[in-house]
Design a protein around this ligand. Structure first.
Ligand code: SAH
Length: 222
């Protein structure tokens, strides 16, 4: 697992973070590595100053450009379904604030994240640096095309809702990889787990979700 970051001294948010972790546990999150990632990742560094006082509420928050940082519980459920064990190479589509990128960095070996909005990608890179997260790379571009340079990925996480599984992501998924993607309409999707076994894909619906739209060549029209 990647080396961690927070100096306990001067981190006045530690108590709030501990409470958030208790909330997640109370809602049924059991994976200890996931709970530890939430306990160690400074969400307040990833939200705009105007909403920082709510950084550890279990709620989605605006991050600018009409985008949101997802609700921690949703992200925790998501991360549990990936069953990361620390050695994986992960691709994330939709960096947003970079918070989930940081959580993935705590749970996997290397994270590659693609964000289509340049200003969000830059802010996320800054926050990731401030949080001391060193094992993630951010690219500005259309994530529905994946990031072929570092493929194959053991896990792929799509943080925006699309109409279909973007074919390049299946191509870039390892032969036994897991892909999580919200599929459906704008505003209402089903979180879907896609497990690859060679040429076979098994889809498992994991419940309803509402993500911002996945825009791009294999997503919705911008
Ligand atoms: N999990 C993030 C929130 C992601 S919001 C967090 O913790 O903050 C979804 C993000 O996906 C938005 O930033 C949006 O700009 C981005 N996005 C939408 N379509 C995309 C695409 N085709 N490629 C890359 N990013 C995309």
């Amino acid at each position: 697992m990647a080396g961690r970051r927070l100096s306990p001294a001067g981190d006045s948010y530690a108590g709030y973070r501990a409470r958030l972790v208790e909330t997640l546990r109370a809602q049924g999150i059991r994976d200890l590595a996931v709970l530890k990632a939430f306990a160690e990742t400074p969400r307040h560094l990833f939200v705009p100053a105007a909403v920082r006082h709510r950084a550890y509420d279990d709620t989605a928050l605006p991050i600018g450009n009409g985008q949101t940082i997802s609700q921690p519980f949703t992200q925790a459920r998501y991360l549990e379904a990936l069953r990361l064990r620390g050695r994986e190479r992960v691709l994330e589509i939709g960096t947003g604030s970079g918070y989930q990128t940081a959580l993935l960095g705590a749970l996997a070996d290397q994270v590659f994240s693609v964000e289509r909005v340049r200003s969000l990608a830059l802010a996320a890179q800054q926050a990731l640096r401030a949080a001391g997260v060193a094992n993630v790379s951010v690219l500005v571009g259309d994530g529905t095309l994946g990031w072929s340079a570092y493929a194959p990925y053991d896990a792929i996480v799509v943080a925006a809702g699309g109409p279909e599984i973007p074919p390049p992501l299946v191509e870039q998924l390892a032969l036994t990889g897991r892909l999580l993607v919200p599929l459906g309409k704008r505003g209402a999707q089903t979180l879907t787990l896609v497990e690859r076994d060679g040429a076979t894909l098994r889809r498992t619906p994991l419940g309803g979700a509402r993500f911002v739209p996945l825009l791009g060549e294999h997503g919705f029209d911008a």
